[in-house]
Design a protein around this ligand. Structure first.
Ligand SMILES: O=C(O)CCC(=O)C(=O)O
Length: 282
């Protein structure tokens, strides 16, 4: 607890009153392309804060933590999720950082439920890719106002950053696969994505060099993925937080679902308001 308070004081940037507003062009890019790169939107106090929080999380992995790099492979691709439920620094980020307001602004939402958080770490030399996928088919939620904020804690070059297919948030839902072994989710009845990697020239791919303080905001249906981290000489750490707006409703579709990770006590068509998906005061 002490360490994150100190890091906040160190830079004096935890007060999000200083946060800049998104521009109209940024909001339009999100709506049209399904993703927007937003520069210098988080104060570096928050980045310091999360760097320390990541250390705490790495020392205390949860039951849902996974290693995606193959055993014996180079590097390390680590993930953990629902961290805000266990580690106070992540809880604080959800409720006090500018993230909820940024998500509401970009989606034009008047209300926000927090959905979940997920940390990703790719050590240098990691060959494991993030497979091309859409997020929403992994989740028991319907609606259009659903987005992720992907906030890197380290400088990231395009070669190791997320890649997006422009406009693919308008594609229909495709079947999720487990990142660990690429096995398809069972019983969803959804079609498979085309082989994007083998046909990259067919798609308009968007990706950005990024600095700490920048973030990507992407709609939950956009097709995205990433190469490994063979090109950076440092870790690529990122926190993804998922946010739901006005039209989001609980919807438990057929077959396997990743999120929620426990029973939220909701019925199909319910607003998300519950302990697992708290409503955030904007
Ligand atoms: O950081 C990564 O490589 C994966 C991120 C991702 O796919 C997501 O946040 O939905």
């Amino acid at each position: 607890m002490t360490s994150f308070l100190m890091s906040g004081r160190k830079r004096g940037l935890l007060d999000h009153a200083a946060q800049r507003r998104l521009t109209r062009d940024e909001c339009e890019a999100y709506e049209n392309d399904g993703v927007v790169y937003v520069s210098k939107v988080f104060g570096l106090g928050w980045i310091d804060f999360l760097c320390e929080a990541f250390e705490v999380a790495l020392e205390n992995p949860g039951g849902l933590a996974e290693e995606y790099s193959p055993v014996g492979g180079t590097g390390r691709f680590f993930t953990d999720l629902d961290i805000w439920q266990r580690i106070p620094q992540f809880h604080r980020f959800v409720f006090e950082s500018p993230a909820a307001k940024i998500a509401a602004e970009v989606m034009g939402a008047t209300r926000i439920n927090f959905f979940y958080d997920q940390m990703f770490i790719k050590e240098p030399g990691t060959l494991a890719r993030t497979p091309w996928h859409q997020d929403q088919p992994y989740w028991a939620v319907s609606g259009h106002q659903i987005c992720s904020l992907w906030l890197p804690l380290d400088p990231v070059r395009k070669e190791s950053s997320l890649r997006f297919i422009k406009g693919s948030h308008r594609w229909p839902a495709h079947n999720p696969h487990h990142f660990l072994d690429d096995s398809p989710y069972e019983g969803t009845g959804l079609p498979e994505l085309p082989d994007i990697e083998a046909n990259l020239e067919k798609y308009e791919i968007m990706s950005w060099d990024m600095e700490p303080g920048d973030c990507l905001i992407f709609q939950s249906m956009i097709v995205h993925g990433s190469l490994g981290n063979a090109s950076l000489d440092h870790r690529r750490r990122a926190l993804a937080t998922r946010w739901c707006g006005d039209d989001a409703r609980y919807r438990r579709q057929a077959g396997e679902v990743a999120i929620p990770t426990s029973d939220p006590g909701l019925s199909d068509g319910d607003l998300l308001d519950c302990d697992l998906f708290p409503s955030i005061t904007l």
